[in-house]
Ligand binder design. Structure first.
Ligand SMILES: NC(=O)c1ccc[n+]([C@@H]2O[C@H](COP(=O)([O-])OP(=O)(O)OC[C@H]3O[C@@H](n4cnc5c(N)ncnc54)[C@H](OP(=O)(O)O)[C@@H]3O)[C@@H](O)[C@H]2O)c1
Length: 232
């Protein structure tokens, strides 16, 4: 079980739609300090917020941020991207690049920050997706699927150190990432982050933040054609 009251929280992609909510709601729950990390950190008008440069795909940047934040108790791996790159492209460079951001970069950040989190018996929150379980978004789905698997590996490996590893699954949420997607009833990012932090503080290992995530996970037990009706 993790409390945010008095916690020191490091958030990646803190300038994004969910990232800003992770920052604001950590402070609202009593966090003592928030490292708001981003490729281009912005200024925040709050002395409890420490802006830090962190590009998850740049190992030097990751290491420098981890070295500057040795008091972290809660890590939120929120940064992520999308791409038009397909797993079926002749040239897989674009797909590899998305894996650098959405998978390898996530592991680089976690492994760099882990000594602090372990020392503090803290927690890691991995922002996954309902698309971790549904391959409708090509390379993006694949990156989130493998990150979801790695989340299970981390959870098992770190349980003995008292580190809580929480996987957060969500469907379409109203952030800049989905600005070009015309989907009805996108989640409010504030609701998603509230569900994540409620789960974290309740000691949960997984949070399904919306009905989409709950339905997709429940559908995994059905025949593959039920999950993908377009296959007839
Ligand atoms: N919105 C949805 O519908 C939805 C659904 C499921 C899961 N998610 C996941 O939720 C997380 C947050 O996304 P969001 O919806 O809040 O989108 P967003 O507003 O686009 O935020 C994503 C953030 O990730 C940052 N980022 C991208 N590449 C990075 C890198 N190499 N190093 C550091 N930061 C990087 C971006 O930074 P820059 O400002 O520098 O570009 C941006 O601030 C992502 O992991 C996303 O996959 C979102």
């Amino acid at each position: 079980m993790t409390t945010l009251d008095g916690a020191v929280v490091l958030i990646t992609g803190a300038n994004g739609g969910l990232g800003r909510e992770f920052v604001a709601q950590a402070l609202a729950r009593g966090a003592a300090k928030v490292y708001a990390t981003a490729r281009a950190p912005r200024q925040w008008d709050d002395p409890r917020i420490v802006p830090l440069a962190l590009d998850v795909t740049d190992r030097e940047s990751v290491r420098a941020a981890a070295a500057a934040a040795t008091d972290v108790t809660v890590l939120v791996n929120n940064a992520g991207g999308t791409s038009q790159a397909s797993l079926l492209d002749d040239d897989l460079a674009g797909a590899r690049q998305l894996f650098e951001t959405n998978f390898w970069g996530q592991l680089e950040v976690t492994n760099a920050v882990l000594p602090a989190v372990k020392a503090n018996g803290g927690a890691v929150v991995n922002v996954l997706s309902a698309l971790s379980w549904l391959a409708l978004a090509d390379t993006y789905s694949a990156t989130k699927a493998v990150f979801s698997s790695a989340t299970n590996t981390q959870r098992l490996a770190l349980a003995g150190d008292g580190v809580q590893v929480l996987g957060l699954h969500l469907g379409y949420t109203d952030t800049p990432m989905t600005a070009g997607i015309d989907a009805p009833d996108k989640n409010d990012p504030a609701d998603v982050v509230r569900a994540a932090y409620d789960g974290l503080e309740a000691g949960q290992l997984e949070v399904l933040a919306d009905e989409t995530s709950r339905q997709v996970k429940a559908g995994l037990a059905a025949p593959i054609s039920a999950l993908y009706p377009q296959l007839g």
